[in-house]
Design a protein around this ligand. Structure first.
Ligand SMILES: C[S@@+](CC[C@H](N)C(=O)[O-])C[C@H]1O[C@@H](n2cnc3c(N)ncnc32)[C@H](O)[C@@H]1O
Length: 142
């Protein structure tokens, strides 16, 4: 699919380390992987949590491309991640809110936003614009 630029494992590790360093995952917390592709960030979260002794957050991974989604689901079948084939720019209100969001979205129009659970913090709302890799957590600035 157009817009698929996989993130190398070492870069995904670096981003996840930044995401969790000052705000490590606790039991019951959740993470959203928008445009998860084949799941490099899911793998990086698993590595980080296993290495540092943290629980793996319960995840929802969203992907439009069914082949990528199948690859991600098969690769991470043992993890607490729900995989959904859907458009993360559509109505995703049913998903609720997440402590963490991490991904490498493609370039898309600058409209819409995703919010983390603690919407009062400065890093809690992620504008869906641009094509850069982004991370957010509920209580620290990455
Ligand atoms: C730049 S790739 C990154 C994939 C993966 N996160 C990574 O870092 O390797 C962007 C991914 O988002 C998916 N995607 C693009 N727009 C999407 C949308 N609106 N809803 C769900 N997935 C989308 C693409 O199919 C692609 O797999």
């Amino acid at each position: 699919m157009k817009g698929h630029v996989p993130t190398p494992d070492d870069l995904a590790d670096h981003i996840v380390e930044k995401l969790f360093r000052e705000n490590p995952p606790a039991a019951g917390e959740t993470i959203l992987y928008p445009g998860c592709g084949k799941g490099p960030f899911i793998a990086a979260v698993e590595r980080y949590c296993n290495t540092n002794g943290h629980p793996i957050p319960e995840g929802v991974a969203i992907e439009l491309d069914p082949e990528h989604l199948t690859a991600a689901r098969e690769r991470h079948a043992d993890l607490p991640v729900e995989f959904q084939e859907r458009d993360f720019l559509g109505d995703v209100a049913d998903l609720g809110e997440f402590e963490y969001i991490v991904g490498n979205p493609r370039m898309f129009p600058s409209k819409g936003s995703m919010k983390t659970r603690n919407s009062g913090t400065s890093s809690s709302s992620i504008p869906l614009s641009g094509d850069s890799t982004s991370t957010s957590s509920s209580s620290n600035s990455p």
